[in-house]
Design a protein around this ligand. Structure first.
Ligand SMILES: Cc1cc2nc3c(=O)[nH]c(=O)nc-3n(C[C@H](O)[C@H](O)[C@H](O)COP(=O)(O)O)c2cc1C
Length: 189
């Protein structure tokens, strides 16, 4: 079975981010054919078309190249004011520019964690909308919203909730099937 290289993007820059913990949980729940590489995109500058006109910043080119090489992308993000954190949206905006946009036909899965009761559900629909425009192949189901997340992760970022571990495991198994399904769909002939 072909190895599946998954790039992980965390929508939070916080060291003790619940979403980073959720991303790491996903990495530990993946089937043996998949591996997760969490990419640090914090040095991506604010989007400025004048800067882009001078040439794509090296950090953006590196991010775009890493995404292009990946078989799939996993985004774990908090919800900020019912929507996408500005820094994450900014990075996605950079990725969306230029030729050979790397998320085109790329399998993507989304999960979110929040201390609140809705688990970041609303950010996921905004993110899906953006990724739809970018022609990404977003995993339809299962959705994973980790609500009351502070109670579900220990101080050192380990998940202590069996139901959450099962939800994330199920999503990673679905992502594996989705990657193979998308691969078959986009193969010519
Ligand atoms: C600017 C801002 C806006 C927020 N808005 C929401 C929100 O709309 N919904 C929600 O569930 N939590 C909201 N929160 C709380 C975050 O879910 C919480 O801070 C969470 O821990 C952030 O994710 P992280 O732990 O991965 O950094 C907001 C936090 C910040 C800083």
């Amino acid at each position: 079975m072909k190895h599946i290289d998954v790039v992980g993007l965390c929508g939070s820059l916080r060291t003790h981010s619940l979403n980073l913990a959720a991303l790491r949980l996903a990495g530990s729940c993946m089937p043996p054919s998949m591996t997760l590489d969490v990419v640090d995109w914090r040095d991506v500058p604010p989007f400025d078309a004048d800067v882009m006109a001078e040439g794509m910043p090296a950090v953006v080119t590196a991010l775009r190249e890493r995404l292009r090489r990946a078989d799939a992308v996993l985004i774990a993000t908090p919800e900020y004011n019912f929507s996408i954190p500005g820094m994450l949206k900014n990075a996605i905006d950079w990725v969306s520019r230029g030729t050979d946009q790397p998320l085109q036909r790329k399998p993507v899965a989304i999960l979110s964690a929040s201390p609140g009761p809705v688990g970041g559900a609303r950010v996921q629909y905004d993110l899906r909308k953006v990724l739809l425009f970018m022609d990404a192949m977003v995993l339809p189901k299962p959705e994973v919203f980790i609500a009351h997340a502070t109670a579900k992760f220990s101080a050192d970022g380990h998940c202590v909730d069996e139901a959450t571990i099962q939800f994330v495991t199920d999503q990673m198994m679905s992502l594996e099937r989705w990657v193979r399904q998308v691969d078959r769909m986009i193969q010519p002939g």
